[in-house]
Design a binder for this molecule. Structure first.
Ligand code: A3P
Length: 285
């Protein structure tokens, strides 16, 4: 009982368009040297994707601007077009996915690919996703905030259950080459987190290059950058008059949206579902 435009694969809610090309996605062939940015939607994927690409390009901003963000970093589950682009790209490729870990194409494990998982506290993630659902005309209408809140807790939004997503990737982090990064940590100290990602990828840059990457990936610079901010998308896909893709970029906006009663319900659910996971999120910095 999903709204039109939605389906599921192995019990995970996904866009119908993703379900339709699932075989192609699941059989995608990873290569040695690929780098993946993985996340639940609205967790800072685009931010991390620009960081990863700049690291791969050794901080060369012009090179990193060689193509629009969503073209230079193919979105795995978008299927044919995106994967054809990926297949023609030189190594090392940066690839993006929102898949929960159990749905990752097996070739990524066979090739022991390095992956950076970016996670964001669920309250801000939910608010960000709500605005995204409203502006992305290819997603079902979220109707009211109250309705969206319930659908999030049911795990029926596109890409499934947030709790399963973040804990699934968390549990697998030692078994595979997964670097787990928190959005709130990046907001708190973007330099520290950038250096973690650099080390993970075996890179060491001069202070000048680090500064350049930080500048180019700041919220302000990314919001103003037409190569990144999706302003090239037609209004019939992303209606940014409803809400910008680069909306606020902060921690704590949930306080402007959660009713007191919703916050109590959410905290109870969170406690039940996250207990014993060893995973902790900050809802303010
Ligand atoms: P908000 O809607 O809360 O502003 P994703 O890329 O996974 O879709 O995540 C989008 C969210 O990340 C949006 O959150 C967006 O504003 C935020 N974001 C993108 N770039 C950012 C940056 N450089 N610094 C902080 N937040 C950023």
């Amino acid at each position: 009982n999903y709204p039109p435009g939605m389906g599921e694969i192995e019990g995970v809610a996904l866009l119908k368009g993703v379900c339709d090309v699932w075989d192609t996605v699941y059989n995608f062939q990873a290569r040695d040297g690929d780098i993946v940015v993985a996340s639940y939607p609205k967790s800072g994927t685009t931010w991390m994707q620009e960081i990863l690409d700049l690291i791969v390009q050794d901080g060369d901003v012009e090179k990193s601007q060689r193509a629009l963000g969503f073209i230079k970093v193919p979105f795995l589950e978008m299927g044919h077009t995106s994967l054809e682009v990926a297949n023609t790209m030189p190594t090392p490729r940066v690839l993006k996915t929102h898949l929960p870990i159990q749905l990752m194409p097996p070739s990524f494990w066979e090739k022991d690919v390095k992956m950076v998982y970016i996670a964001r506290n669920p309250k801000d993630c939910m608010v960000s996703y709500y605005y995204f659902y409203k502006m992305d005309q290819t997603l079902p209408d979220p109707e009211t905030w109250d309705n969206f809140f319930s659908t999030f807790l049911k795990g029926s939004l596109a890409w499934g259950d947030w709790f399963d997503h973040v804990t699934g990737w968390w549990k697998a982090r030692d078994e595979h080459k997964i670097l787990y990064i928190f959005y709130e940590d990046m907001i708190e100290d973007s330099r520290r987190e950038l250096c973690k990602v650099m080390r993970f990828l075996g890179k060491d840059f001069s202070e000048d290059v680090v500064k350049k990457i930080l500048h180019h990936t700041s919220f302000k610079a990314m919001k103003a950058n037409p190569m990144i901010n999706f302003s090239v998308f037609s209004e019939s896909i992303f209606d940014q008059s409803v809400s910008s893709f680069m909306r606020k970029g902060t921690v704590g906006d949930w306080k402007n949206h959660f009713l007191v009663s919703q916050n109590i319900i959410f905290d109870n659910e969170y406690k039940k579902k996250m207990e014993g996971s060893g995973l902790e999120f900050r809802t303010e910095v």
